[in-house]
Design a protein. Structure first.
Length: 124
């Protein structure tokens, strides 16, 4: 099954999202911020990343740009998640290279269907 990295500074959000994904048989790892995420990505390349935008040290926009501009990580599917909900926020997120943008609060089925779609798993 696919490996998903959840990058979220809120412990509660990180745990909830991780549980949703694990319940659908995804292998889940997590990081508290963008710096920790980079360390984890170097050790084991995930298939997709659920990425909060507003985080300390390295925010989601910065991490997304880094990943999408590097040949070794440019194909990892990135889903930006934020409470920033305007069209310009969504536009800016996708402009950074994100493959999808979800507005918090979102439901488990929204997240799972987005991940499945990006990883071409809808028929599984």
């Amino acid at each position: 099954m696919s490996t998903i990295l959840v990058v979220e500074d809120s412990r509660t959000q990180r745990c909830i999202i991780s549980q949703w994904l694990a319940s659908r048989n995804f292998t889940v790892t997590s990081a508290r911020d963008g710096v920790e995420a980079i360390q984890k990505i170097k050790k084991e390349r995930p298939d997709a990343i659920i990425l909060d935008i507003i985080m300390p040290k390295l925010n989601g926009y910065e991490l997304c740009r880094k990943l999408k501009s590097h040949p070794a990580t440019k194909d990892i599917q990135v889903i930006l998640c934020s409470s920033k909900s305007t069209e310009i926020d969504r536009y800016w997120g996708l402009k950074q290279g994100a493959d999808a943008y979800l507005v918090k609060p979102f439901k488990a089925h929204e997240l799972i269907s987005t991940v499945q779609h990006l990883l071409n798993l809808e028929k599984e």
